[in-house]
Design a binder for this molecule. Structure first.
Ligand code: AMP
Length: 444
């Protein structure tokens, strides 16, 4: 069996490792495009960009790839699944239309409204004037009330501002629609949304369009600094643990959110075969959907996949072939954590080219896996930094504390000039929901 994984981060490394270590009778031949230096130890890296859809499809055809798994949203929004399907190639990932659940926030909000999925109240504006009118109408509270402004399109984490006041919200609208804060295409429209208070949780699942299999609920840390301070990043760490979502809330979320979402996608004729990531705010009135993503999160994938006991190829293959109902997906009872080690200057201007020391010692800590996100190989075989997020030190444990202790013990063996990471992954203060609202930016 030949499998192609598309992407180049820690998420894709975790996917490749889980595929390679699956409990299968026939071995897999793994390709990853474009991959990275860590992934190259598990898969053959193919130097093709993740969004070069036709070149990727040519490669899959030529190599007779049996299954393609897409890591990130850009390839899906570019129509990768559609092109592969057109050529008769099996792919685990939603079509471009279905991927609009992530690539257009206005589309996603309209979808939620029509299918009764609980989410924050919102309005869509097509111009700065329209946005001002909405903000000044009092519909989202008066001058002092927090309100959220979201660029409609994909904006690589820069598209959401949780504004403390209406004036701040108006400035955010102008920055987005005129100031080049996000791409022109992404900010043709903005969504204005009621600000919700609570803790966040991520609920991910595989679906083949009919059946679904839930993953362990996860939580991530987006800010670069300890105590959730500093600029927003792709993610500095993630955990899975029983406390992330209690059983009652999970049952509610399945009944009121997961099932109506999947039924809605079917009713709308969206071909959703892949991973659905539901970002939740756990408010006093119950969970509300903040956003949909149509793929694994990074670093949620790392924390989740180290607990997978079933064969990952079998799951993704069943997703692509619509036979997920036949597959039993099992997880270890552990908790897990992923701590991201980042380069100096991340997220604004990460430095590259530093020599990474201590990887072998770090990997000897029990139950630890180290995923590469941004590394390259020097001529002498040693690893150099080559991205903002460099490594994801990931561990399981019988408790979250044990998983975290293993991550930090492992990380203590690794060093390079400029390395930094958060020492407070997995710790949330009670005031989280509130304190977050005082910040400027939020993740996406
Ligand atoms: P999104 O990409 O829509 O999930 O937004 C990214 C982040 O912004 C979320 O993880 C939250 O921290 C924050 N956020 C988004 N929408 C809201 C909202 N309605 N109320 C409060 N915070 C929000």
């Amino acid at each position: 069996m030949k499998v192609l994984v598309i992407g180049s981060g820690g998420r894709e490394h975790a996917i490749c490792r889980a595929l390679a270590s699956g409990v299968r009778s026939a071995p897999l031949r793994l390709f990853c495009a474009p991959g990275n230096a860590g992934i190259a130890r598990t898969a053959e890296c193919i130097p093709l960009s993740a969004t070069d859809v036709s070149a990727l499809a040519d490669f899959a055809e030529r190599e007779r790839v049996d299954l393609t798994i897409v890591g990130g949203e850009a390839a899906l929004a570019a129509g990768l699944a559609d092109e592969f399907a057109r050529r008769g190639l099996a792919v685990a990932g939603p079509t471009q239309m279905a991927a609009r659940l992530e690539s257009s926030k206005a589309f996603a909000k309209d979808f939620m409204l029509r299918h009764g999925v609980p989410t924050a109240r919102h309005r869509v504006a097509d111009s700065i004037e329209e946005a001002r009118e909405i903000l000044r109408s009092g519909e989202f509270g008066t001058e002092d009330a927090p309100v959220v402004v979201k660029a409609d399109g994909l904006a690589a984490g820069k598209g959401v501002v949780v504004a403390r006041t209406r004036s701040e919200a108006e400035s955010a609208v102008v920055e987005m629609m005129e100031g080049g804060r996000v791409g022109v295409e992404a900010a043709r429209r903005v969504v204005i949304e009621e600000a919700l208070i609570g803790r966040e949780a991520s609920l991910l699942l595989w679906t083949d369009g009919r059946d679904y299999a839930l993953m362990p609920p996860a939580r991530d840390h987006k800010r670069v600094g300890e105590g959730d301070t500093g600029p927003n990043t792709g993610g500095m760490g993630a955990i899975t643990a029983p406390g992330v979502l209690d059983d009652e809330t999970l049952r509610f979320a399945v009944r009121e959110i997961v099932e109506p979402t999947l039924a809605g996608a079917r009713a709308d004729g969206l071909d959703f075969r892949g991973i659905l990531f539901i970002g939740l705010m756990l408010t006093e009135d119950g969970p509300r959907v903040l956003e949909y993503n149509v793929r694994f999160g990074d670093p949620e994938a790392q924390a989740i996949l180290v607990r997978l006991q079933s064969d990952l190829f079998e799951i993704f293959d069943a997703v692509a072939r619509r036979t997920l109902g036949d597959v039993k997906v099992e997880w270890s009872d552990d908790a897990s954590a992923c701590v991201v080690l980042a380069a100096r200057g991340y997220p604004e201007r990460p430095e590259a080219g530093a020599r990474i020391n201590g990887l072998e010692e770090a990997a000897r800590i029990p139950s630890v896996q180290i995923f590469h996100a941004g590394t390259t190989r020097a001529d002498d075989g040693s690893f150099l930094t080559a991205g903002g997020r460099v490594l994801g030190v990931t561990a399981t444990g019988t408790t979250l504390e044990q998983a975290l202790a293993r991550c930090y013990e492992s990380a203590s063996h690794i060093n390079w000039d400029g390395m930094h990471y958060r020492r407070d992954i997995g710790k949330w203060r009670e005031a989280d929901g509130r304190s977050r609202r005082q910040g400027q930016e939020a993740g996406s």
